[in-house]
Write a protein that binds this ligand. Structure first.
Ligand SMILES: CC(=O)NC[C@H]1N[C@@H](C)[C@@H](O)[C@@H](O)[C@@H]1O
Length: 442
């Protein structure tokens, strides 16, 4: 019997994180929109590396923040815009330059499947207010302008065609078509952004239409929810769960309610007793930044290390791609997705469907860490030795027969000092992380 949620916080709190989200572990985030046309941002810092103050906001590495970055009237993006497009060029003019002429949603979905992703989260409306779906509430959308198609619907169909879950991102509290005073600090971001009741209703109405049109498995709200609309949330979220019983929402509804908490680059915190999700771009940006070449984005080793350390600590990794305006995915981003997929193809048994072990990760050096996951009574030991071709580590308190999941991993294990000593001589096809299954949990 399908559970019905009442529009009360108490009823919502009965919602459990569904097994598919606990098991899925790896998702693909997609930031695609008008900002993909200029595709420019300075390459400065990771979020959380510096305070969110004027220096951050006037040198914003997020290419999807292009509107605000040029609106502050100075800084690298403003200079770039004036030089490339001219002072009088309005951001809205990108709406008729974005053609997505080479876009093949089925191709994207096949790539996400090969990457080993279990879910996808696409921007439906980012802070610039341009909608990638035929919203009833604005004509500033991709079915009326630019691509002239329902980007959200077409990708949702393709993703579900590959048996992946489709999630939708919505910029709840920031919409520069309603309030576009330049944002130069977090106070601007949270307190003056879109302050009207009219906007709160708009955000509520668009969220309802996204739920009713697409029944997304993830409703990924960003930054916050309009304070003037907080009283709407119990209804919105109960409607969501009554429409999508195994749906999940993140913690960016003013911390009033969540299924999972979020980290973004170095910002946010993770508590391994709760379900959480790490999101980041391949480089410093979510939207495509044409300046981000292969050497400027996360290495394959670091991406695999991030996936393993996140999963071992009860998180999911939502790794972002920033497609070009024409609908192609930059080769350097595709290369990383395929490498992660290959690694998961060999070692996925320790990831998908696993649960956080009571054993905490062990950091031997910055390069050498050992993580643990558990599944079906087996303990998995994931030895991450970035940049090393051989490694030897003793894991205390372990005993039993450790078998590498990758048959090409060459390793010895020996009982020593009350633990198991692992000597990996060859990482085989497993990049920098060799995974062992221990058939008894000690
Ligand atoms: C911590 C936070 O609220 N970040 C907002 C940030 N989220 C990213 C996934 C991107 O969409 C950014 O453009 C957005 O500002």
């Amino acid at each position: 019997m399908k559970k019905r949620y009442a529009s009360t916080w108490e009823s919502l709190k009965e919602h459990q994180v569904p097994q598919w989200y606990e098991d899925g572990k790896f998702g693909i985030f997609i930031h695609w929109g008008l900002y993909s046309v200029p595709a420019f941002a300075p390459q400065t810092w990771e979020l959380g590396e510096v305070p969110p103050d004027e220096t951050w906001f006037s040198n914003n590495p997020y290419a999807e923040w292009y509107y605000n970055s040029i609106h502050v009237g100075y800084g690298p993006s403003y200079d770039y815009h004036v030089k490339k497009y001219g002072k009088d060029f309005k951001y809205e003019q990108f709406a008729d330059m974005w053609k997505a002429e080479k876009w093949n949603p089925a191709e994207w979905a096949r790539l996400f499947k090969k990457a080993g992703a279990e879910y996808v989260v696409l921007t439906t409306k980012h802070h610039d207010g341009f909608c990638l779906f035929p919203s009833k509430y604005t004509d500033y959308n991709a079915s009326k302008r630019g691509p002239q198609r329902d980007i959200v619907g077409d990708l949702t169909d393709a993703v579900r065609g590959e048996n992946l879950r489709m999630g939708l991102y919505y910029s709840g509290i920031v919409d520069w078509t309603f309030a576009d005073d330049p944002i130069l600090n977090n106070d601007d971001l949270f307190h003056t952004a879109s302050p009207t009741f009219a906007y709160a209703d708009y955000a509520y109405n668009q969220s309802m239409e996204l739920i009713d049109r697409y029944a997304p498995s993830v409703f990924w709200n960003d930054i916050g929810w309009p304070r003037q609309g907080e009283h709407n949330l119990p209804y919105l979220l109960s409607h969501y769960y009554n429409t999508v019983e195994d749906g999940v929402v993140n913690d960016r509804f003013n911390d009033l309610y969540y299924d999972f908490t979020t980290k973004e680059y170095q910002s946010g915190s993770a508590n391994r007793r709760e379900k959480w999700e790490m999101c980041r771009g391949m480089g410093l940006s979510f939207g495509y930044n044409a300046m981000e070449s292969d050497d400027k984005i996360i290495s394959i080793e670091d991406a695999i290390s991030l996936l393993v350390s996140t999963v071992a600590n009860n998180g999911n990794l939502l790794l972002n791609i920033g497609p070009r305006a024409d609908g192609t995915i930059p080769e350097e981003q595709e290369k990383r997705l395929l490498a992660i997929g290959e690694w998961l193809g060999v070692n996925g048994e320790a990831i998908y469907g696993s649960r956080c072990s009571s054993r905490e990760s062990i950091k031997y050096t910055d390069q050498i860490q050992v993580h643990f996951t558990e599944r079906d009574g087996a303990l998995y030991v994931l030895i991450d030795a970035k940049g090393k071709s051989q490694v030897s580590v003793t894991v205390p308190g372990l005993s039993g027969n450790a078998v590498p999941l990758d048959p090409k991993v060459e390793a010895d294990t020996a009982k020593i000092d009350g633990g198991l000593r692992f000597t990996v001589k060859n990482f085989g096809d497993s990049q920098n992380v060799a995974v062992f299954r221990l058939n008894r949990i000690m």
